[in-house]
Design a binder for this molecule. Structure first.
Ligand code: AMP
Length: 218
């Protein structure tokens, strides 16, 4: 299956993507993770992306699309993938259509995670992420780690992403409404969108998502 995951920052895309990709045996491709890996390795691409990310803005399309295309050409993405955080605007959505069309394939579903806006700000401002694995996330109030600053799952260091400050979160939400939401309408015209409420326990949301994807594929 080829799936695009959309939803505002803080909807739990990274967490859900990791579980869904495992359940479906397809790679989880997150452009945010690819940028963060480039930043920690100090690559030119990472240096280019960092200033936009820290400001809560989108990294320019030519950089992002090139990076996503390279990743989609890796052999493990041959039989499907779960795209998390890409595409994030109409230009990227059309570029993705073209990349897939050239391979004679298409998307099977666009999973839209719905969360109320006040909840998003609360979730992100208290979020702590593991440096070893960005799917290992905690929350100072809702899901505190057993030992402060240490990941329960792998012992990695927990940190607050620079773009998780309240001010940057508000900017990211604005960018989401203006640039990313229009892709939902674009995909609706292709009959690909399944929307699920993303509130509740992580496992419940995963179950809801799996059921919605099953129905979409049927
Ligand atoms: P994420 O981890 O998906 O929340 O992404 C973190 C940040 O990386 C975003 O706020 C953007 O600055 C950048 N980013 C991730 N994916 C994209 C994309 N598809 N297009 C442009 N910028 C992106």
């Amino acid at each position: 299956m080829r799936i695009v995951l959309v939803g505002p920052p803080g909807a739990g895309k990274g967490t859900q993507a990791a579980y869904l990709a495992e359940n479906l045996s397809i790679p989880h491709i997150s452009t945010g993770d690819l940028f963060r890996a480039n930043i920690s390795q100090g690559t030119p691409l990472g240096r280019q992306a960092k200033e936009f990310m820290d400001a809560g803005e989108l990294v320019p399309d030519e950089v992002t699309i090139g990076m996503a295309k390279d990743r989609l050409e890796q052999p493990d993405a041959g039989n499907g993938c779960l795209l998390d955080g890409f595409p994030r605007n109409l230009t990227q959505a059309k570029a993705l259509d073209q990349i897939l069309e050239e391979k004679g394939i298409g998307l099977d579903a666009v999973l839209d995670l719905e969360v109320p806006e006040e909840e998003v700000v609360k979730r992100i401002a208290g979020r702590r992420t593991c440096r070893n694995n960005s799917a290992h996330t905690f929350h100072v109030e809702y899901k505190p780690p057993k030992a402060e600053g240490v990941c329960d799952e792998c012992g990695g260091e927990l940190y607050q992403r620079e773009d998780d400050s309240e001010e940057t979160v508000r900017k990211r939400l604005e960018v989401y409404h203006e640039q990313t939401e229009p892709i939902i309408d674009y995909y609706k015209t292709q009959g690909l969108v399944v929307t699920i409420p993303a509130l509740g326990k992580v496992a419940e949301v995963t179950q809801r998502a799996m059921e919605a994807l099953r129905q979409q594929a049927a």
